[in-house]
Design a protein around this ligand. Structure first.
Ligand SMILES: [Zn+2]
Length: 179
């Protein structure tokens, strides 16, 4: 296969790539296009994101919303098992939305999933002001133990939640689809 060609035709690695989340309501996997694993930033037409923590978190905060959608969808059907049946049905459902919307990004689930990425972006900007510039990425890329990083991010997230719920702007994904 051409290494510059994504296996998902609508996500060319050379134009930034993308991710695809699939699941059966219980187990999930997220696939990223090859450019997310390239340590050379100039590769894939300057889309080598292997060392780009921000890019990884931005796309991942989109993809994890699809996990919640997958669970909700499996529950809404009333048949939480057998897993393979749910998986196949979910993927067909996603394809149907793609066809209706006319583009992958236009599908309703994609718009809702983008709220995940927007929330990450807003949270990162909040930490820039609340702590210091690039504090989130610097923390995650530091040599601190994971437990230390998680505890710090939790503290920042609590502060951010307070700010958002006070209505001073910022989209937020709290686990339920906004109506
Ligand atoms: Zn998506």
């Amino acid at each position: 296969m051409d290494p510059n060609q994504s296996i998902y035709p609508w996500f060319s690695s050379n134009s930034g790539g993308g991710g695809l989340t699939s699941g059966n309501g219980q187990n999930f996997s997220i696939h990223y296009t090859d450019n997310f694993f390239s340590g050379d930033p100039s590769s894939y037409n300057n889309h080598g994101y292997g060392r780009n923590t921000y890019k990884w978190l931005f796309i991942s905060s989109h993809e994890v919303v699809h996990i919640k959608q997958n669970i909700d969808w499996a529950i809404s059907l009333g048949y939480y098992s057998p897993p393979m049946l749910v998986k196949n049905a979910y993927l067909g459902h996603a394809a149907g939305q793609y066809a209706i919307a006319g583009s992958h990004d236009g599908a309703r689930n994609e718009i809702l999933a983008d709220i995940g990425s927007e929330t990450f972006k807003d949270f990162d900007k909040f930490i820039d002001k609340f702590a210091s510039n690039q504090a989130l990425i610097k923390l995650l890329e530091s040599q601190h133990a994971d437990a230390f990083k998680v505890a710090q991010v939790d503290r920042w997230w609590k502060k951010y939640r307070v700010k958002v719920t006070k209505g001073r702007g910022g989209a937020i994904f709290l686990g339920n689809n906004p109506k």
